[in-house]
Every structure is written in C-alpha cells, then in structure tokens.
Design a binder for this molecule. Structure first.
Ligand code: PEP
Ligand code: MG
Length: 757
C-alpha cells in the first residue's frame, strides 16, 4: 500500500498542470482501489460551488459542468462536516442529490473524503461502486491518506494553475497568492527574475528560444565537450574500476547520441525552448521514468541520467554566459538566494526578493533587511520557473508573493508603496529629536546591527546607541572562525561609530536556524538544541577569543556592554561572567586599559522569565528577545509557515511574561530593554513603553516610525490602553483592538500593513 501511495503521489506531483494532476489522481486512485468511479470536486470560492473537475467512471461531458452548492448533496455534506461519509447506498441518504448529467444512476456505494489544506476545504474526493456495499475500514483509510497527501499538490497546482489558466476574453485570471514569511518589511511591484546556482538542472527556468538554430548549435558544442569529458573519465576509470563499472561510460556516451537523449533535446528546442530548458525537460522525463520502475537497480539509474544532464548543462552554461539584462524593477526569485547571488545584481535594479526556501535569519534575509529590500522567504511551492519574467508583487509585510494581480490589487499596493515612501521622507525631521511623549515620558531608542552598512543607516536616523549587535553576522560571511585580531577590528568599527553611545554586543548566538557554513550542527530539534550560550560555554576557546576581542576593541572608547543569548539558568550566567572576568584580567595583563564592561542577559526562554529576579541580581541589565520568547512561550517555530498564523507576540502569555520580567528587574534596580521585533512595531513599542521598558532596540528602518508614534502619544493614554489589553484573553482580539485604537488616535499612517490586503 505504501508503495502504491508513494508512486501515486510522485506521479501526481510531477504532473505539468492542475488538470493533468487531477486526471492522474482519479485514474490512479480508481485503479488502486478497484472501484468503478473516482471523481474529484473542487470548491470554487467565488461561486461557492463544488465543481466536478475530473472523473474516471462518470460521463466525460459532465466534467467542468456538473456542480453542487456548498450545502448541497453528499459532496456538500462531506465539505461541511469536514469528515468522510461512507454509505452502502447513497440513494437512501436524505442529502443525496441526483445529478443526471453525470450518469451516476447505477452507482450505489459512496465514499467521499474532504481534501483539506491548512484547515481549509479545497474539495472532495469520491469513489463510487455499482453494488450496494460499504467500503471497508482500510479502503476508507487509504482514501483519507491519499487525500491528505494530495491536498498540498492540489493547493499548489490550483495557485499555479491560475497562472496559466486560459480565461475567456474580457475576464481576468484570479490572482495567484503564495504565502511565505516576511523576510524584510515593505512592498514592491516588479518583474520577477529567477536566479539560480550554475549547473543545477532543477533550477533552469522555462524560456523561449530567440534563435532555434543558435540554440541547437549551442547544444551540439556542449555535447562535444561532454563526450570528451566522459571519454577522459572512462580512460581514468579503466585504471581503477572493473569492466562492469566501466560499461557505464559506454551507456553515457550512447545516451548522448543524437538518436537517443540528445535527439529528444533537439526536438524540444525545435518546439521553441531554449537549450537549457529543453535539456531539463528531457532529463526530468527520463529521471521520472526510471524512478517509477519497480526494479531497484533500474531506479538507481535515474541518478546517472541526472548526472549526465548536469554535465551537459555545465558546458551549456559556460559556453553561453548570458549577459543578463536587469529590469529597472527587478524582483529576485530563487529557491534559496545566497548573499553572494544577491551581490551579483546591482542594487539599483532590485526592488524585492522572494524565495521558496530559507528562513528569516538566513544571512541573505539579514542583508535584505539592512538594505531595505522588501523580502519574502520560505514561500514553499513557489512555481519559480513559471514566474520568471512575470509581473509580481512582493508583500514583505505579510510575507506573500502575488502574481496575476488585477488592476485593483496593483493600485492598492502602488498606494502602499507611495505612502511608505512619503511617510519615511516626512519622518526624517525627527532624527535629532528625543523619543518623548507629549506629556514628557522619555525612552531610549536604539538600533539592532550586524552588518557594517547598518552603521550609517542607524546614524542617519539618529540612533542613541546599539541595543543589540548580532556578532554572529560577521561570523556568517567567513569561511572559518575569525581570529581575535579580525574580530577586534570589526568590533572597533561598531564601537567607534556610535561612541559615546553604548554598543551592546551579544556573544555568538549560533545554532537554531543560524548556521555557520564552517561549523555545521546536525540536530533533530535545533531550536531546542545547542544554541547561543550553550554552545559557547562548551567552547570557551571561541567565547574567550570573542570577549578578548570585544574588550580590546573598546579601548579608549569605554562604551562596550556585553550580552548573553539563550540563557536558561543562573549557572550559565555565572560561568559566562567568570570567563568574562578571566578574559578581562588577561587583556589587562597584556597592557590594555579597559574597565570591566556591564554584562546583561537576554530573556528569551520561558525559564529565564521565571528566573528574571535571580538573573537580575547577578547582572547589570536585562534585554527581552521577544522573537525567541514568543516562539518558546507559544511553542511555535518562528520559521514554519504552517504555523505562522499562530505566531503572535500579542498573545496574553507573551505580554504578561514581559510585564513579569520588567517588574522583577526593576525590583532589583536593573534596567530592561526589548530588542526583538516587537520593539520596532509602533503599536507594540507604545505598549512596551507603557509597561515601563527603559530602552527599545530595533532595525534602523523602524526607528523613525517608532519615534513618531511615541512623540504623538501621551504616556497616560498608552497606559490606559495597556491596562485594557492586559485584561483581554485573546491575542487576535488584542491585535485588532490596538490597531483600532491607534487609528482613532490618528496614528493609522504608522501601522504596519499586515492587514491591509
Ligand atoms: C530575539 O530572539 O528576540 C532576538 C532579538 O534575537 P534573534 O532574533 O537574533 O534570535
Ligand atoms: Mg533570539
């Protein structure tokens, strides 16, 4: 059964479009279950009807025509109840609705299961049989399993299908929306350009051939080189391999023959594809065929075909390094875009970025935030090749990419983009003014930094220091741990740029989703694993070098503060303090005259919330990392799109935890800052101020908005609002309530546009 399932899912997954996928699905399910009918009805949201989209066994004429309202018939019943309905004789069911055009008269036995995706009913999958009989438990379980597996395919194919849908003249295709996660805030409208790593077949986009003969010639030249390469390999192999393995090279050479694979590629070029795309299509098809074979030896041959394809592609790509022309408004698209790939494109052309993989803490996303490029990451299932060259909208506020946008949606986004630009231009005058409410409450506003470019951006916006310098960022761009001297130089730049304001340097916070290419960590549960202080306490040689570099870098400036990430227990604080003290004694012995800097702890784990007082007694300040604190309190992975809707920093548990920390730190006379994303959101920044937070530290791009919100509020007003929301028990309601109250207070222009589209 498992094998059948795997094969069906694999085949359906590689179908070229929605209709092909649905047709394959019903055919294969009918065969696997040995039933007479298998059909799939998909929900048309606009019409609120289930439309028969594919069927094996019902009349072909009914496909695309027969439909039922959402509460009609057994199909509507399955959709409404969101559970299977299994009937010996459907005709006897009170909800049964006879659709004459489908020809279902003779079919009595009925089993329908909902096709659900992310809590939403997409359609209903049905099998029917002539005789009166009840489908047994295992049949029902099979259909439920297959439906669950295929729902993602249907959801994806439906979104993608809209891209290529033939629509009648005068009507617009529906917008195709792909959900991901916000990587960098902002919105952009532009032309998608797929960027992909070299010699990777799967990344080659579909493109038309400008000149068919030229593409064929390119292919021929690449084939000549690939053959020469394989002969050379065979020659080398003859010295070390047996004759059986050597035979493989003969097979390779034969496959490259014009009568075999190469001939098929030429045919695809002649159909109008560029050589690289034609090669990918042919290789994909052969790989698929091999992978479907029952014989495991033959199945493994798929890898050879793939390898051969890669070799030819490498020659195609070096022979024709296409000079890429960038649109003025390029949206970079890619499966995973590395910082290096991003850097290859001149900044002035890039208006947005969207990737189908990657996390908010990937180096590229950090760089994009720092460069102010609206970015969406992790939009799984983004049909990259089909989007290449199309007009798209990047919604970095909500974390989604939109294609096929209609005029209304486009003008809505154009307005958002205009408003953002005007807003930021209008806020520049606040640069040198304090973050102070109308009635005189003053709060410090600082920045989070990591890259060198953050320095100038922060100073331009009037930052009063650095509340979080993420030291792992300079570590990410190296190919080994940076030396003490190298670190010292990097840290000195930061400290010097902001002096006499303080710079809070966080010790190395890697692990979780922050990976160093030269220090891979393999864990089942990285977020609950070897992260932050846990890792550096296990590697004092890394920790000590870092602290020594920080201390030396601060010589003569004396504006360094050191902060410890991912602390769970007081012993970690004590051990780290002990090491910091030792490093200080060492550098003093070396003649570096620096005071022992203030040391603080990040509160980002629930355990640390309940230890806030004990921790505060031992250190000089606390800083709340609301990004991780929200993740750990709510048990919601901050990079998992599937549960992104549950990630809500307005959750009462988060608000009360923050209150608890502030109360206990202040009871010990220690200041508290917030350096997670909450500090940069005008609404939550106001609530944090009302709670009594002493410092807010955020990405430089949010600084002026937050300052503006504070300067347009009264602390009495903010406190009143805080007490109202603290009495509420629902995070969603709190978020809406805050938004409404800020609109009423005339701060609507500052709200992040998460809910605007
Ligand atoms: C946080 O967790 O809130 C935080 C500021 O740290 P990071 O986002 O770097 O994990
Ligand atoms: Mg954190």
């Amino acid at each position: 059964m498992l094998d059948t399932l795997r094969r069906i899912v694999q085949e359906v997954n590689s179908a070229p479009d929605l209709y092909a996928a649905l047709n394959l699905m019903v055919r294969r399910v009918r065969d696997a279950m040995g039933t007479e009918v298998c059909s799939i009805y998909l929900l048309n949201n606009d019409k609120q009807r289930y439309v028969l989209m594919a069927s094996e066994g019902l009349k072909a004429e009914a496909i695309g025509r027969a439909s039922l309202g959402v509460s009609e018939g057994l199909i509507g019943q399955v959709g409404q109840r969101e559970e299977p309905i299994n009937l010996e004789d459907a005709f006897n069911h009170p909800k049964f609705l006879y659709l004459a055009e489908t020809g279902e008269d003779p079919f009595h036995a009925f089993l329908g299961v909902p096709v659900m995706h992310q809590g939403e009913v997409l359609g209903v999958l049905v099998v029917q049989q002539r005789e009166n009989r009840r489908f047994d438990q295992s049949e029902e379980a099979f259909l439920v399993t297959i439906s669950a597996q295929l729902s993602a395919v249907v959801a994806h194919a439906r979104a993608t299908g809209g891209l290529n849908a033939e629509t009648p003249p005068g009507t617009e295709p529906p917008p195709a929306i792909f959900d991901g996660l916000p990587g960098a805030q902002g919105a952009a409208i532009g032309t998608a350009m797929l960027i992909y790593p070299a010699a990777e077949l799967a990344s080659v986009p579909d493109r038309g051939a400008d000149n068919i003969e030229a593409e064929v010639a390119l292919l021929d030249a690449a084939l000549v080189k690939a053959r020469a390469e394989i002969r050379a390999l065979a020659e080398r192999a003859s010295r070390s391999l047996g004759p059986e393995e050597q035979a493989l090279f003969e097979v390779y050479l034969r496959m490259l023959d014009r009568h075999a694979l190469a001939g098929e590629v030429v045919t695809k070029i002649r159909e109008g594809n560029w050589a690289q795309g034609a090669l990918r299509m042919v290789i994909d098809e052969h790989v698929r065929n091999f992978e479907l074979m029952d014989d495991s030896y033959l199945r493994e041959r798929a890898a050879d075909v793939r390898d051969l394809g890669r070799r030819v592609l490498a020659h195609l790509q070096t022979d024709k390094r296409r000079q890429r022309e960038y649109h003025q408004d390029t949206v970079l698209l890619g499966e995973e875009i590395t910082t290096a790939m991003l850097m290859e494109v001149p900044r002035e052309y890039i208006v947005g970025i969207a990737t189908s993989r990657g996390s908010r803490n990937s180096h590229m996303a950090i760089v994009a935030r720092s460069m102010g490029i609206p970015t969406v990451v992790g939009a799984e299932g983004l049909p990259l090749k089909q989007l290449d060259g199309r007009e798209v909208i990047v919604d970095g506020f909500r974390g989604r990419l939109i294609a096929n946008a209609n005029a209304e949606l486009k003008s809505q986004f154009a307005q958002i983009i205009r408003e953002e630009k005007n807003l930021l231009a209008g806020l520049e005058k606040l640069r040198d003014l304090p973050a102070q409410t109308i009635d005189g409450k003053r709060i410090e506003v600082m920045v989070n930094t990591g890259l060198m470019t953050d320095i100038s951006r922060s100073l331009e916006r009037g930052a009063e220091g650095v509340g979080l310098y993420r030291t792992e960022i300079p570590f990410m761009v190296q190919d080994r741990f940076p030396s003490e001297q190298e670190q010292r130089a990097i840290y000195h730049e930061q400290l010097k740029a902001f002096a006499p304001h303080s710079v809070t340097m966080r010790t190395l916070d890697v692990g979780g989703d922050k990976v160093l290419p030269y220090f891979p960590i393999h864990e089942e549960n990285p977020f609950l694993g070897w992260r932050g202080i846990r890792l550096t306490l296990d590697h004092p040689e890394i920790f000590m070098v870092q602290i020594r570099a920080m201390l030396k870098a601060s010589e003569g400036l004396n504006n360094l503060r050191i902060m410890l990430p991912m602390v769970t227990s007081v012993f970690e604080v004590e051990e780290a303090q002990h090491l910091i003290h030792r490093a200080w004694l060492e550098v003093r012995d070396e003649g570096v005259d620096v005071p022992l800097p203030p040391v603080g702890v990040m509160i980002e784990v629930p355990a640390a919330v309940y230890q806030a007082r004990a921790i505060a007694q031992r250190v000089d300040f606390l800083s709340i990392g609301t990004n991780d604190l929200t993740q750990y309190l709510l048990a919601v992975d901050r990079n998992n799109r599937q549960v992104a809707a549950l990630y809500n920093s307005w959750h009462p548990a988060v608000l009360h935890a923050i209150m608890h920390v502030i109360e206990h730190a202040h009871a010990e006379g220690k200041p508290v800052s917030v350096c997670g994303e909450m500090a940069g959101d005008p609404g939550s920044a106001l609530m944090l101020m009302a709670m009594g937070v002493d410092t807010l530290s955020m990405n430089a791009s949010h600084l002026l908005k937050v300052k503006s919100a504070i300067r347009r509020m009264r602390i009495t007003q903010a406190r009143k609002l805080l007490y109202e929301v603290l009495a509420m028990d629902n995070g969603e309601v709190i978020a809406s309530y805050i938004e409404l109250q800020l609109e009423k207070a005339g701060l609507g222009d500052l709200l992040n546009r998460r809910r605007s589209t």
